[in-house]
Design a protein around this ligand. Sequence first.
Ligand code: GRF
Length: 206
Amino acid sequence: MKRVAILISGGGSNMVALVNSMTGDHPARPVLVGSNDPAASGLARAADLGVPTFAVDHKRFGRDRAAFEAELVAHLDRAAPDLICLAGFMRILTPGFIARYRGRLLNIHPSLLPKYPGLHTHARAIEAGDREAGATVHEVSEGVDEGPILGQARVPILKGDTPDTLAARVLIAEHILYPAVLRRAASGQGGRLDLAPGDIPGLADQ
Ligand code: GRF
């Protein structure tokens, strides 16, 4: 049984979807949920789901990323995770951290990478007049929002969409994509998963 740790910074809706997916014949189970923000509301949601949690307040470390990560690593390694899922985790990780967990570190980004790495992805897609947007699950490598793509889900951009209405639609797709990619990774399946709008329950009526 693979052991999965999840790192969040906020509400943790992707974390909830991942935790809820790891049941029955799923080859993985959640062992830990952590955050860089002790006030992250996702921590209480994880606890309600029976998953052990921790928080390391990055603000305690100022600019000393290495010291922050040393404490993060101590919590993670105690749980001996086979996979670590970044889910709405908003801290940039150092090459040292990434090297330590290379091949075991996944992230979800709310755009169709390589388009729109970084922030404000939905506003940028709308601004550019794109017809579709979506989310990407990728292995974390040194560069921000780079790394081998493990899965993508495409959603339509509709007339009159705002960044908020598009974000809400993409989030529906994220909650299907990330658990599906995690299950593939936990079962050692390679390749990448590509989901179209028709593959996402709940998008059909959008
Ligand atoms: C989502 O858009 C996700 O793609 C990004 O953070 C946002 C919030 O995620 N990484 P969550 O609700 O905290 O899982």
